[in-house]
Design a protein around this ligand. Structure first.
Ligand code: SAM
Ligand code: F3S
Length: 461
């Protein structure tokens, strides 16, 4: 019977992508099959996130649960990867001595060799810590990604060199580097051949991509890469996460007019609407610069849906600073977004800033911001009622396996009745119901190519 691997992922899409690559890697090297049940596993891996304290705290409580599993099954191998592993290194083993492997986001490709060490019989059996930053070697050592369904992530760059004053990512994932252009296109081509229709390009600052061609004669920038990816046969929908306002160029804004495959949704994190706070955050732009990006992209795609990340309660944030964020919200009109209470991260410059704002005030501000964001997203859902939306059919609905599910261009989940063999095709769906986290609809038409969205036939009050 094949050995079983269980991976638990905390944090962002980048971590989800890394976890699926770990599974690909250990399937190729050791024949491991993944299981959702840690009790059935021979190897359990925790892919961690340290962007906020809460996610970091969860690591040791999860490991505590796995310790009980290991007490029942001493051969169980426990590994910890991701940003907490990168930051804490051997400290993890000191606090949780039953952990066998610690690896960082840039050394996950060395997992098979590390696992071999951990699997040896005593006394050769060894605990392994490898949290170095060998950069591009990672992608050269990974097997081709396996495909699950009609959508796939493609990581095009790693790390971050922006050093926002609040963020640990540059320290845990290393500085920014882009994968070679030809490697990215080869990966997309391989995915398309396996039936993938939608590609989501990933990077901490995905639009900072600058990938060299293999002959090293040229560097391809992000907007140009989008044209190449969209031109791959079979790829009909394109998304990317996360883009940074500083790297938002005119060619990228134009891409929304020029590339029909580019979904009408842009996640462009602003963090704050106050220039004073943006400066303290070292974001490198003002609220006016951000609004200029929004204007540019709306000139190319007037109905584009925009979302953002917000940090509330940054050290020293005043009522006026917060009011500037709320004003920016109204100016832009956001769709479903993410908002966080500032979390001080050891080693980042912001952690040393004086912070006299009481936690209760910060929490009130966050609640106010989230309430307004929820209202804005609900209003957008209501406006979609009666409209006809192009949905890429992904397969059975999670809520009701007898139904199908897919996403609209603005990334809303839609559930509808239909035939299982529509997966991978595009359905024109009339939206009949707007629920808090999803939409319901009825299928009007199914085709192999994307269909044109249409507004509601009548205005819904
Ligand atoms: N590169 C992206 C950007 O444009 O800023 C963000 C990547 S970051 C890993 C994801 C989000 O986590 C950020 O946009 C920010 O809102 C949030 N974040 C990062 N550090 C944080 C902290 N110390 N406290 C609260 N939220 C934080
Ligand atoms: Fe973090 Fe800022 Fe980079 S939020 S990931 S340092 S752009």
């Amino acid at each position: 019977m094949p050995q079983k691997l269980h991976i638990k992922t905390f944090g962002c899409q980048m971590n989800e992508y890394d976890s699926s690559r770990m599974a690909d890697l250990l399937r190729a090297s050791h024949g491991y099959e993944t299981t959702a049940q840690p009790e059935q596993a021979d190897v359990v891996l925790l892919n961690t996130c340290s962007v906020r304290e809460k996610a970091q705290e969860k690591v040791f409580s999860q490991l505590g649960q796995w310790r009980l599993l290991k007490a029942r099954k001493p051969t169980l191998v426990i590994g910890v990867g991701g940003c907490v592993a990168s930051q804490e290194g051997e400290m993890i083993m000191r606090r949780a001595p039953y952990v066998d492997l610690v690896f960082g986001p840039q050394t996950l490709h060395r997992l098979p060799a590390m696992l071999n060490q951990a699997l040896k019989k005593r006394p050769q059996r060894a605990k392994v810590v490898d949290i170095s930053f060998p950069e591009i070697e990672k992608f050269d050592c990974l097997p081709p990604p396996s495909v699950h369904g009609v959508k796939a992530f493609v990581s095009i760059m790693e790390g971050c060199s922006k050093y926002c004053s609040f963020c640990v990512v540059p320290y845990t994932r290393g500085t920014e580097f882009s994968r070679p252009f030809d490697d990215v296109i080869t990966e997309v081509y391989g995915l398309a051949q396996q039936g993938v229709r939608e590609i989501n390009l990933l990077g901490q600052n995905v639009n900072a991509y600058r990938g060299a061609t293999h002959d090293a004669q040229r560097v391809v920038e992000f907007a140009e890469l989008l044209h190449y990816v969209a031109a791959v046969d079979g790829i009909e929908r394109l998304r990317f996460t996360t883009s940074h306002p500083l790297d938002f160029t005119a060619p990228l804004a134009r891409a929304y007019a020029e590339i029909p495959e580019l979904a009408g949704h842009l996640h462009l994190p602003v963090q704050s609407g106050s220039d004073r706070i943006l400066k303290l955050m070292k974001r490198g732009y003002t609220a006016a610069d951000y609004l200029a990006c929004v204007e540019q992209v709306r000139a190319s795609r007037p109905d584009i849906s925009l979302s953002s990340d917000f940090i509330v309660g940054f050290p020293g944030e005043t009522d006026d600073d917060f009011a500037a964020t709320m004003a920016l919200l109204e100016r832009v009109g956001y769709d479903q977004s993410f908002s966080f209470l500032y979390s001080a991260r050891a080693g980042t410059p912001a952690a040393d800033l004086p912070d006299e704002v009481p936690l209760t005030v910060k929490k009130q501000r966050l609640q106010k911001l989230q309430q307004r964001l929820t209202e804005m997203a609900a209003a957008i859902s209501l406006r979609m009622l009666g409209s006809e939306q192009c949905v890429l059919v992904e397969g059975a609905s999670r809520k009701n396996p007898a139904h199908l599910a897919g996403r609209t261009e603005n990334n809303r989940v839609v559930n509808f009745a239909g035939r299982a063999d529509w997966a991978g095709q595009f359905a024109l769906v009339r939206i009949t119901e707007a629920l808090p986290n999803s939409l319901r609809g009825e299928v009007l038409h199914v085709e192999n190519q994307p269909l044109q969205n249409r507004p509601p036939a009548r205005q819904v009050a």
